[in-house]
Design a protein. Structure first.
Length: 312
């Protein structure tokens, strides 16, 4: 059941220009990140720079989702769960761009598929948003690795990241409750940025579902299964869902930081000792993803990365 009492996730300010590695502001934010992730597995990251693209971003999402269905279906990928993915016809749609941190994948891969004559404003908006969001994600992940004393691996891990951009549309309920079912993301870190229409809920430690109401200048930052595995279970991934109760359309953009295919993710030796045994084997994310999508197609919705690489 969703919480009926007012609730706010911890809000951590990442807008400060002084938020530099090792500064007092950095250390203060790091303490708050540690506390928030230990309690909720997520937090709200205030990041004022996103306001520069806010209006154009949601205008771009409305523009692309308003295209005819037969046009949207032209955007396909040879990877599973990429391209145009309608979850429930007319109610919930996704457009998913792989390696979105490479501008060409937005400019030519996505944009020219839908607008052969070009759509510069659309491309620039999505490229700008991806740059902003990935900058924030790198800062957050570096901070988390420092919390666990494994910051020496930060550069390698960040350089081995594939950013997936996911545009989402949820039609207003009109008496129904279209939703994205409860799940934890398989990413390292997920950043979610939405319009003014709420619907996101997170599950707390007691199993209660809590409504999330982020500010216009904020991202919701979620821990994914890949980060939980990397840290040998030191953090728990965040279970969340979307329940639509409003009549207005909800638009949301997610940036999912996942390991690049071919890169072996393994638990740092610093996180394994006599008291903390190795819980997870090394894994290649792309190989896991193929198995994951197969399991989902077969109806095994409980399958996760932890099942895939558990040593137990």
């Amino acid at each position: 059941m969703s919480s009926e009492t007012p609730f706010s996730l911890p809000v951590i300010n990442f807008s400060e220009q002084e938020l530099k590695l090792g500064s007092p502001e950095w250390d203060s934010a790091k303490v708050r990140v540690r506390e928030a992730l230990a309690e909720y597995g997520c937090f709200e990251a205030s990041f004022d720079r996103v306001l520069v693209v806010q209006k154009a971003l949601f205008g771009a999402l409305e523009e692309v989702f308003d295209l005819p269905l037969q046009t949207k279906e032209l955007y396909v990928s040879d990877k599973p769960a990429r391209g145009y993915v309608p979850v429930e016809s007319g109610l919930h749609e996704n457009i998913i761009v792989d390696a979105a941190n490479i501008a060409e994948n937005i400019e030519t891969g996505l944009t020219t598929t839908y607008w052969p004559q070009g759509n510069t404003n659309f491309s620039k908006t999505l490229v700008s948003f991806t740059k902003l969001a990935s900058t924030l994600e790198k800062t957050v992940r570096r901070m988390i690795l420092e919390i666990f004393g494994v910051e020496k691996y930060a550069d390698e891990l960040i350089e081995s990241t594939n950013y997936i951009l996911k545009a989402m549309k949820y039609e207003g309920s009109q008496g129904r409750l279209p939703f994205c079912g409860a799940h934890a993301d398989q990413s390292m870190v997920t950043l979610l940025y939405q319009n003014e229409v709420n619907g996101l809920e997170i599950q707390n430690k007691d199993g209660e579902w809590i409504n999330v109401n982020p500010s216009p200048n904020s991202f919701i930052v979620l821990v994914g299964e890949s980060l939980s595995v990397l840290l040998n279970g030191g953090l728990s991934s965040t279970y969340h869902r979307v329940i639509m109760k409003e009549s207005t359309t909800r638009y949301c953009v997610g940036l999912f930081a996942t390991p690049k295919g071919g890169y072996q993710v393994k638990v740092p030796k610093e996180l394994v000792d006599d008291k903390h045994g190795l819980l997870f084997k090394p894994f290649d994310y792309d190989e896991f993803w193929k198995t994951f999508c197969t399991q989902m197609a077969q109806g095994n919705h409980r399958f996760s990365l932890k099942n895939y690489c558990s040593t137990v």
